[in-house]
Design a protein around this ligand. Sequence first.
Ligand SMILES: [Zn+2]
Length: 220
Amino acid sequence: MPRVLSNRHVADLKAHAEQLPRVRTQYERLKTELEQQRQKTTRLENDLAKAGQTLEAAAATAKKAEAVAHARYRQTDQQLCAARQQLVDAGFRERRLQESIAVLHAEIKKLKAAAERAAVIAAQQPGPGENVVRYLNLVGAHVDVTLSSLHQDGTGTELLLVSLCSGCGYTKQESGWVRDIPRERREFLEGTFTGGKIKQWAQEHAANCRAVALPAPAAA
Ligand SMILES: [Zn+2]
């Protein structure tokens, strides 16, 4: 049996029916929004994936940079070692050079000392000499008194007076140190115990010697 609808129910139904298009519109709107949200989610997921890739790439780059830095560090370390070795080598070379220089200095010192000794010896050798007086012995051979300088040092001179008979070869000598003033030189030449004695001996010898030098034997 058909249900009898009250007026109130009919009014309610009518009101609901009137609301239907609005609800549909709302549904369509919500559906659109849902679709938009889905698209947004997809975009975000894509972005996330891209960010992940970027992150991986960054990590790889960082790893590569770290490897490069390590290599550079090793290289720098090797360069430092080489530089240190060069410094050490240079130090050795310098020490060897200094040793060589010291050896050379010692040799120069030795040579100087030898040269000084040679100069002293040369200074001690009487020079050609100055003939002070000459006597003739009984047969005409020369008895010469010769003056020479043994050594000079700026304050004075060591004089050597030699008397030599060329007939018999007999000789006498006297030496003495005098300051470089004429008076002291004269005193040495004339003194009773120096020059005077030598000259007196030469004269006495000449008065008694009959020797004459034989000519040198002819070369074979
Ligand atoms: Zn003589």
